[in-house]
Design a protein around this ligand. Sequence first.
Ligand code: BTN
Length: 248
Amino acid sequence: MFDYELFQNQLKTNFIGQNIKYFESTDSTNKQAWNLINLKIDNGTVIIASEQTEGRGRRGNKWFSLNNKSLTFSIALLKNTQIKRSVLALMTGLAVIKGIKKMIDIPCYLKWPNDIILNSKKLGGVLIETKGHNVVIGVGINVNEDYNDFNPEIKNQSISLKMNEKKSTEIELLLAHILNQFELLYKKNNDKIIKEWLEYCFHINKEIQFHNHGKITKAIFKSINNDGCGIVNIDNKEILISSGVIEL
Ligand code: BTN
């Protein structure tokens, strides 16, 4: 069930989420977004599902989510020439943090490039897919799960808002707050987005590990550049990392 009235009362956008397509159950909201783009939909349409049976994660991973407990949605951006894909990814993570903070005062952070972190565990993630200038931005957030709801594979690295707050959060309100923040950020320039992203980064000046030409390399994470690449320091030399996963 999706309470449209609750959602619409909180939504303050001009185009993001003004059209919403809700699925009780679907394979993947990203996949549905692409189907709908082919059938012609409005820019900023949001696709949300109570249940995803084949949720997609980054780097070919599966995204596990729980019926009615997770917030899983996708935003269809048509003919986006405004913001680069890499910066859109950062921007979406930032919109999620800012949206959550509008509702709950919790210390959540960003892990490069776009993981949402709470108590050093993963609260959510973002998957960006592009075809030409069309973009589908998928977001998955653990909202009302209990510890035992998580799949054993991800149980110890995952957290939900409920596990932290000891109470449930209304999915519709959280979605509206995130979309409000997304549209506000979408109007800003790269510099401002990057500056704000850095304020919420969990690991500035901390040691991280990443895969570098097939081996695991240790480095100090310093910052990100205007293209959203990570700037890391190895033996006092700065290098750029442009994609992948870092470990803390
Ligand atoms: C990650 O691997 O961290 C990104 C996960 C993104 C999952 C979301 S859930 C809604 C949307 N639909 C999908 O199939 N995937 C994204």
